[in-house]
Design a protein around this ligand. Structure first.
Ligand SMILES: Cc1ncc(COP(=O)(O)O)c(C=O)c1O
Length: 388
């Protein structure tokens, strides 16, 4: 059983030690709000490290998705094709704009948008006289989607592509960074991500016009005149200088953080390889995942336990784990939305679990987690099948 203070979180913020210095400098300069030198510095560092021509720092990944859909012209009644297996923040902004999400299933290989289902959906909608406005795919748990095919389909049907790279900072396909595949890309720096600014996000684009327009929209669409003049609807979405300072300190250690998360994945895989019925998300050739979260699929007949039982057993030991995303087409909120797919997303939700993957996770803690799995498999651990 867990001792009183034992708590192993899923993914916690990991400071570099330089955050305080940046925060103090921002306060000393009186620059704590949405103006200040760290904001542009943070953007430039992101541009340089992740090969993106233009990065706009914002106050969350959700704001970035909202802004991106706005920039791509999504309005009332416009259809956006989105992968069903994702966090709700990917698709809620479609609704903010009065748009209509159409969900598609995932592929087995990456767990992200299935290119075949995507193309089938586009064809069906075109046959019914309606052209989808945007394709929105996601890189879940750090694993990039099949961007070569998704972007090819986008070009073929002349539909812009939005890349939700919230979970995949530093991931690549053939050396190209996540966030730079689509017409627009999005990062998140919220507290559980690989690096954090507390709450924060960024928009990535190759297009100078979209960069300018997004800065304008993120600042209440204020025109560049001496008084306050507005002729369209804008948002208060800019990142603060305080947050950007934290982000700069975090970016200094991004390579170490990715290395550690990948090590954690490799250790889980190595230590759990003897237990039947467990499956890890492997990198297809040419893919590099930041391994934000290590995820496991469990076949109960072979493993002797299921995802619910494992989660409960871990919880009793003070260890946090999390089910994989519940697909959007199964959410009451999106009951009326269209869906095209088989059962891939549903199976991932039913059989999957995210294991603690914080870059602060020490080897003894990881071994303790593995021991819970091993004891559950051996039948020497009391467990309950009810979600607690
Ligand atoms: C896939 C995905 N999209 C979007 C978001 C939204 O980012 P934020 O929490 O910064 O608004 C997140 C993270 O929270 C996410 O995991």
């Amino acid at each position: 059983m867990a001792t009183e203070n034992q708590h192993t979180p899923l993914s916690s913020p990991h400071f570099s030690g330089n955050e305080i210095g940046f925060i103090q400098a921002a306060i000393a300069a009186g620059e704590i709000a949405t103006n200040g030198r760290f904001i542009r510095q943070f953007e430039q560092e992101l541009e340089r490290k992740f090969d993106s021509p233009h990065v706009i720092a914002l106050n969350s990944g959700t704001s970035a998705i909202h802004l991106a859909l706005h920039l791509l012209g999504v309005g009332s009644g416009d259809e956006v094709i989105c992968q069903s297996f994702t966090f709700v923040a990917s698709c809620n902004p479609i609704r903010y704009l009065g748009g209509v999400p159409i969900f598609v299933d995932s592929e087995e290989q990456t767990w992200n948008m299935c290119p075949d289902r995507l193309e089938e959906t586009i064809r069906k909608r075109l046959a019914q006289g309606k052209k989808p406005k945007v394709i929105l795919a996601v890189n879940l748990f750090g694993m990039p989607a099949n961007w070569p095919r998704i972007c090819h389909i986008g070009k073929k049907y002349d539909i812009p592509v939005l890349e939700d790279a919230a979970e995949s900072l530093g991931s690549t396909i053939d050396g190209q960074f996540a966030g730079t595949f689509g017409d627009l890309g999005v990062f998140s720096f919220n507290g559980n991500k690989i690096i954090t600014t507390g709450s924060g996000g960024a928009l990535l684009t190759k297009n100078r016009f979209l960069e300018k327009k997004s800065r304008y929209l993120a600042t209440q669409a204020k025109l560049n005149v001496p008084h306050y003049e507005h002729n369209e609807l804008g948002y208060n979405y800019k990142m603060t200088n305080l947050a950007a300072g934290i982000g700069l300190a975090q970016l200094q250690v991004i390579a170490d953080r990715i290395r550690k998360r990948r090590q954690i994945f490799a250790e889980y895989r190595r230590l759990l390889q003897g237990i039947p019925g467990l499956q890890f998300l492997e990198e297809p050739p040419g893919y590099f995942s930041n391994r934000w979260l290590t995820t496991l699929l469990i076949q109960p007949e072979q493993a002797g336990f299921d995802a619910v039982e494992l989660r409960n057993s871990l919880l009793l030991e003070g260890i946090e784990s999390r089910f994989l995303w519940k697909p959007m087409h199964l959410q009451p909120l999106y009951r009326d939305a269209g869906y095209l797919g088989g059962g891939v997303a549903e199976n991932l939700f039913r059989t999957g679990l995210c294991l603690p993957s914080s870059s602060l996770l020490e080897t003894p803690e990881l071994e303790r987690i593995v021991e819970v799995v091993a004891r559950l498999h051996a039948g020497t651990l009391y467990t309950t099948g009810k979600t607690v």
